[in-house]
Design a protein around this ligand. Structure first.
Ligand code: 5AD
Length: 368
């Protein structure tokens, strides 16, 4: 369907059953790009099926208007499972003595890029634990090599907290984007998810550095992390409305059996989908992945994420022998050839009317 024929108006039969209070708030979020924390709390408290369907259909229409039926793919290269941090939710936390650790060499990382490029990937996401072996110089060198070999590709880093000078050096070497989820915008909640020495203040300082330096910057959080309340989620959304990041990563919390949160329940897929829709309405041009965790939590979760307003899928380009060692949560998929997974995603998105495109998939414009 030509883009100009896609109506912005909500589908009438869905709008019919929607709670008028929720509809008003969703419409206001969409018009203003923000809501007060109390209004987010109201929206998130107990959304009805109709509320969620209304937000989903409006968000899908906004994504269509911004991106058409195009979905961007990112090639994820998990290059080190060593981590000095001890986040209570994460399977590769320092205290998990059962976690096997590995590092890819720069040549191995470049080989992952080569395979990804051949398969149509034009963004490489280099992700790792916070591994001191990869100093500023080492990371800078890797970025330079990828930049030289693939001038038409975007380079995204997801390597945690570093100094302002280090971030600047990565940017100058040719890195385009940086993902650093804020995890929760409430400092007391942040303290309950992390250990001493990890503060929300320092996380937020990194995010503002990254944005100021000029990275397309990504924040985000888990839905259903332990101790999380509706108030915390409302604060997360207010924070996103203020930061106005280029990318937002949101997935359900999933327990990892060798962490202190191993017996906690997983986050709700339906609530995650609702929040993805609200984020799309709040930040119309945001790059929003339907995360791996969403696909793990529910069969078809990734496709549901795209239908709820997401427009990005990240697939794993890491060497298959190392993938079982990068388990942030239980049941993370580790098997499968990259070309098969890529093709499977292409086909499953085609079934719901979306095209996976060969494109860097940059943010369309700076947000404000
Ligand atoms: N469940 C879901 N997401 C997780 N992450 C880490 N551990 C888990 C988990 N148990 C997310 C964090 C981190 C990102 C790389 O993965 O939000 O920022």
């Amino acid at each position: 369907m030509p883009l100009h024929l896609i109506s912005e108006a909500p589908v009438p039969d869905v709008a019919a059953g929607v709670n008028p209070g929720s509809k008003q708030l969703i419409d206001r979020l969409s018009a203003d790009g923000r809501l007060p924390v109390g209004d987010f709390e109201t929206l998130l408290s107990s959304p009805s099926d109709e509320d969620r369907a209304y937000a989903r259909d409006r968000a899908a229409a906004v994504a269509q208007r911004q991106f058409g039926n195009r979905v961007f793919v990112r090639g994820l290269i998990e290059f080190s499972s060593h981590c000095r941090k001890d986040c209570l939710y994460c399977g590769i936390r320092r205290s998990n003595r059962d976690a096997e650790r590995y590092r890819l060499s720069p040549d191995e990382i470049l080989a992952c890029c080569a395979e990804g490029y051949r398969l149509g990937y034009r963004t490489f996401v280099l992700q790792s634990g916070e591994d001191g072996w990869f100093t500023t110089e080492v990371v800078t060198d890797i970025v330079r090599r990828i930049r030289a070999a693939y001038p038409d590709c975007a380079i995204t880093l997801s390597i945690g907290e570093r100094s302002t000078a280090a971030y600047q050096q990565f940017f100058d070497a040719g890195a385009d984007r940086f993902l650093l989820r804020h995890e929760t915008a409430d400092s007391e909640h942040y303290a309950r998810l992390h250990t001493a020495g990890q503060t929300l203040e320092s996380r937020l300082a990194c995010l503002s550095d990254l944005k100021r330096i000029g990275f397309q910057t990504g924040a985000g959080f888990m839905v259903g992390s332990p101790f999380q309340t509706v108030h915390h989620l409302a604060k997360d959304l207010v924070y996103l409305s203020e930061l106005r990041p280029h990318m937002v990563g949101i997935g359900p919390f999933l327990p990892h059996h060798r962490t202190p949160f191993g017996d906690q329940p997983a986050g709700s897929v339906d609530l995650t989908l609702f929040i993805l829709s609200l984020v799309r309405l709040m930040l119309p041009t945001v790059l929003l992945p339907a995360t791996t965790a969403l696909g793990v939590a529910r069969t078809g979760g990734r496709e549901a994420g795209i239908q709820a307003g997401a427009n990005v899928v990240m697939l794993n380009l890491s060497p298959s022998e190392q993938r079982p060692k990068y388990l942030l949560y239980d049941n993370k998929p580790v098997s499968g050839e990259v070309f098969e997974m890529t093709d499977a995603v292409r086909r499953s998105l085609a079934r719901i009317g979306y095209d996976v495109v060969v494109d860097r998939g940059d943010h369309p414009k700076e947000i404000r």
